[in-house]
Write a protein that binds this ligand. Structure first.
Ligand code: NDP
Length: 511
């Protein structure tokens, strides 16, 4: 016991103390769920799951639509809580958290039954068999989420799992636990049965406990933590999907619409203070349009308003996590030390109490610099001049990441051709980030950006164990490969094998 501590037998319970990054003011304290607490949550989830699965798709969709109504009614409270722990403007909570989430409820509510219905297959060889695949929800899904979209990447990620008939335990980031807690509270108030959606707050250790007690893990976060999660899931042989970081390239070709491309660059690089996994993190512009493009981006960045969420309409709020602003500062300093120039911004703001980094444009950058190689995750747009399309593609692919990318050209065929050569899980042509809203198609990373994906049919099937059923159609007394083996059967099988060979001689006579 520390010197001078009160002589009490009561254990000191660890807590998470959350501060508002826009002001530095304390927000709330949350408990740290230990192993027993997570085990208890998992036990509650296991008890609730059979009933939740049994109500069927239509009823689950109906209950989730009630949850959606609740979210719509409580949007101001949600904005206050999410903004209070992230520092983002309220309109960002509406557009980039709640709109996606509410749309996801309608999408999965309508599609889940189709995506998870039995899939019949026609055996190409064994015509006397029937075969189909059925999908069985994992009873308890663990969702471990990041702090940058603390509502959508926790409650939103849970929607397809819930529609599949799983129960969900969310471990939100220690930086933003209040958002998921509020989401779960509103869902319960709207009629989601007890034990179906739970939140356990804590640090990384609580995440490890969730891995130990859940049946499947859906992780969104950094590459470094993703490796630890994958390692633990590997030891336990548990299925896992990993949605990790990105270093998304934007390729601006000489025939691009520079007005649209520059606006997209500013939005894609700065929205959510650049703390988006699919932010525009590096820009390659073909020589002939480089100067005009840079000028447009700089002009537009100068007009971006930045400040606390409550101080009138601003586009860029605070950064969320203190170590993140240090990283941004390091990246900009490293770039400048290696010859980059700052055209606008470039430093931490000291005139505001919270965590603000000025919207920044860097030029004269190259791939020796951290800002072009590591995920910056801040309001920084580094722009590089390239000779031609080939060099742009080469540099875009010179990365350990491969999450998202964009290509800009008025020639859509050229855009599609370049997109195909970019090593990335998604590529937008003449758009940025928008693939996240096209829920019909998968979103997931190549290389170190992840394993597995969200959205599309696979975005709900991943929450299920897949079962193949093969049924004999005719009920004959035996099968030809069953015993007893006879010389005639052996001869027959040897002849059948010859048929797989190429050339008539091999097919008829063997080798
Ligand atoms: P982290 O990897 O630091 O944390 C993610 C979650 O993992 C947090 O809840 C964290 O808890 C938890 N955690 C930490 N250690 C462990 C552990 N050993 N076992 C289990 N869970 C653990 O990511 P950030 O929160 O910093 O999020 C930012 C990152 O997320 C960026 O790299 C970004 O690109 C990526 N991201 C990817 C997306 C995608 O779809 N590909 C979308 C959004 C973000 P705690 O916070 O308490 O440490």
């Amino acid at each position: 016991m520390a010197h001078g501590a009160p002589l009490s037998e009561a254990p000191i319970r660890p807590v998470i103390s959350v501060k508002n990054p826009a002001t530095g003011a304390p927000v709330a304290d949350y408990p740290v769920a230990d192993r027993e607490a997570v085990a208890a949550a998992a036990a509650r989830a296991r008890r609730a799951q059979p009933g939740w699965a049994a109500v069927g798709f239509a009823e689950r969709a109906r209950i989730l639509r009630q949850v959606r109504d609740k979210l719509v009614d409580e949007k101001d409270r949600i904005c206050a809580v999410v903004s209070g722990e992230t520092g983002k403007p309220h309109h960002d909570v509406i557009t980039n958290e709640l709109l996606f989430l509410c749309d996801a409820i309608g999408f999965w509510g309508k599609r889940a039954a189709r995506y998870l219905s039995d899939e019949r297959a026609r055996p190409h060889l064994l015509k006397n068999k029937r075969a189909y695949v059925s999908y069985h929800p994992y009873p308890v899904v663990g969702i471990i989420g990041p702090w940058n979209f603390p509502f959508n990447l926790t409650i939103g990620e849970a929607i397809p799992a819930l529609m599949a008939g799983c129960t969900v335990i969310i471990k939100p980031s220690e930086v933003t636990p209040g958002s998921a807690l509020l989401g779960a509270e509103l869902a319960a108030a709207a009629g989601l049965p007890s034990g179906v959606l739970q939140v356990v707050t804590g640090y990384g250790e609580t995440g490890q406990h969730v891995i130990d007690f859940a049946d499947m893990i859906c992780f969104t976060g950094s590459v470094a933590t993703g490796r630890k999660v994958a390692e633990r899931c590997g030891q336990l042989l548990k299925p896992v999907t990993l949605e990790l970081g990105g270093k998304d390239p934007m390729i601006v070709l000489r025939d691009a619409d520079l007005e649209r491309a520059s606006s997209a660059c500013v939005y894609g690089g700065l929205v959510n203070a650049g703390q988006v996994c699919i932010s525009v993190e590096r820009v390659y512009v073909e020589e002939p349009v480089y100067d005009a493009f840079v000028q447009k981006v700089v002009d537009k960045v100068r007009h971006v308003r930045q400040g606390p969420p409550g101080a009138g309409l601003v586009e860029v709020g605070a950064m969320t996590f203190p170590p993140q602003i240090d990283k941004v500062e390091r990246h900009v300093a490293d770039a400048m030390a290696h010859g980059a120039r700052v055209l606008v911004g470039g430093k931490r703001r000291t005139d505001l109490p919270g965590l603000y980094f000025e919207p920044t444009v860097l030029v004269d950058v190259n791939h020796d610099m951290d800002v072009m190689r590591d995920e910056t995750f801040g309001p920084v747009i580094p722009i590089m001049r390239v000779r031609d399309e080939e060099e742009a593609i080469h540099l875009a692919n010179d990365s350990r990441y491969g999450l998202d990318a964009s290509v800009w050209t008025k020639d859509l065929a050229r855009g599609a051709r370049v997109a195909r050569r970019v090593q990335s899980g998604a590529v937008c042509v003449n758009d940025v980030m928008v693939n996240f809203a096209v829920t019909e198609v998968p979103m997931g990373g190549w290389k170190e950006s992840g394993v597995g994906h969200r959205h599309g049919p696979g975005g709900i099937r991943k929450f299920c164990a897949q079962q193949t059923v093969v049924i004999d159609r005719f009920g004959t007394r035996s099968e030809i490969n069953w015993w007893p083996m006879t010389p005639r059967k052996v001869k027959l099988f040897r002849r059948v094998l010859n048929l797989f060979g190429s050339g008539w001689r091999r097919k008829l006579l063997g080798s």
